[in-house]
Ligand binder design. Structure first.
Ligand SMILES: [Zn+2]
Ligand SMILES: [Zn+2]
Length: 344
């Protein structure tokens, strides 16, 4: 089969590799129809995260069609349209048994190679997927849309850890793809204010069409006063941080109310500077959010019913053979691209 292999950092080769084969009776061979590039692939592309060590077929956001099933596969047959979890979880550890599959003790992420493991991903014509992490696509959802189920699931999981009450005022810091999806999912939940903080002007405009009532540049020196004015000095109940660096986390802590919650879903920087006293004395809850744990069926339903629109977040669909071009553009932050979907 053809695959996009990262043979060295920042170098992707569209080449022939052996087609993977079913080796366990619970596996399914999926023909990949749409494969989206994740920010974590782009950050891993230069070696800075240590989680995409070459050679590796990257990618974990995909959809496709079942080509072949193992002898013990019960719920899928050839021809089913599917997507699948980016996390391969074991199903038997204490976390999996509690349904917290994102915290699995034996967790592997598709398309990641790090010091602990190597797991090829989905920038290829075929991938082998365990039945337990597969989901059928509802009618009316196309493959490119379905490849957005993974980032939409990440956004939904972050909200699920600290969902706003009906009238609460909330904010999203960083309106890249995940931030925009959080905005879109928050809109029907709260009648309160939804505020976006984003340094890029174009993305602030995008935030306003994705559910935000206001969008501010976090470098605005009067930012805290503006939020105080908008909320009658109450500040914000919940803030979702979707970058993962010192400055945006500090923005979140500047605008959250006493006793409020900051959900941390971004993790660009492995270490950040935190204003400890501000967190302790104002009793702020800091909540980490990792991946997806049970949100796939809900986001697939929301997308298929048109309640969560993702088409405007897909900047480009391109053939898998053009992978290098689109990774380079994303890496160099050209054209303000949101999601690029590669088609094998
Ligand atoms: Zn991703
Ligand atoms: Zn497990």
């Amino acid at each position: 089969m053809k695959a996009l292999v990262m043979t060295e950092y920042k170098k992707l080769e569209f080449m022939d590799v052996p087609t993977p084969e079913i080796t366990s009776p619970t596996e399914v061979l999926v023909r990949i129809k749409a494969a989206a590039i994740c920010g974590s692939d782009v950050h891993g592309f230069d070696g800075s995260t240590g989680r995409r060590q070459p050679p590796i077929i990257m990618g974990h956001e995909a959809s496709g069609i079942v080509e072949e099933v193992g002898s013990l596969v019960k719920n899928f047959t050839k021809g089913d349209r599917v997507t699948f979890d980016s996390t391969i979880w074991c199903g038997t550890c204490p976390y999996c048994r509690q349904g917290k599959v994102n915290l699995c003790d034996d967790r592997k992420v598709m398309g990641v190679s790090c010091d602990e493991y190597k797991q090829d991903g989905i920038f290829a014509e075929y991938a082998i997927i365990e039945e337990r992490i597969l989901f059928k696509l509802p009618e009316g959802l196309d493959y490119a849309q379905a490849a957005m189920a993974e980032p939409a699931g990440v956004a939904a999981h972050a909200i699920s850890l600290a969902p706003p009450l009906l009238g609460e005022d909330v904010a999203v810091v960083g309106t890249g793809l995940i931030g925009l999806l959080i905005l879109k999912l928050l809109r029907p939940i709260t009648s309160g204010l939804i505020i976006a903080f984003e340094t890029d002007k174009e993305r602030r405009l995008k935030a306003l069409t994705s559910g935000a009532d206001h969008a501010f540049d976090p470098r605005d020196p009067d930012l805290v006063q503006k939020i105080a004015d908008l909320t009658g000095n109450a500040m914000l109940d919940k803030v979702y941080e979707a970058v993962g660096a010192s400055a945006p986390i500090n923005t979140a802590l500047d605008v959250v109310k006493k006793g409020g919650t900051v959900v941390l879903v971004g993790n660009v920087s492995p270490r950040v500077e935190l204003p400890l006293q501000k967190i302790v004395t104002r009793q702020i809850r800091m909540q980490g959010s990792c991946a997806i744990s049970g949100e796939y069926p809900a986001v697939l339903k929301l997308m298929a019913s048109g309640k969560l629109v993702v088409d405007d977040l897909i900047s480009k669909k391109a053939p898998l053979s053009e992978g290098q071009i689109w990774f380079d553009k994303l890496y160099n932050r050209e054209d303000n691209l949101l999601k690029v979907v590669l088609l094998p």
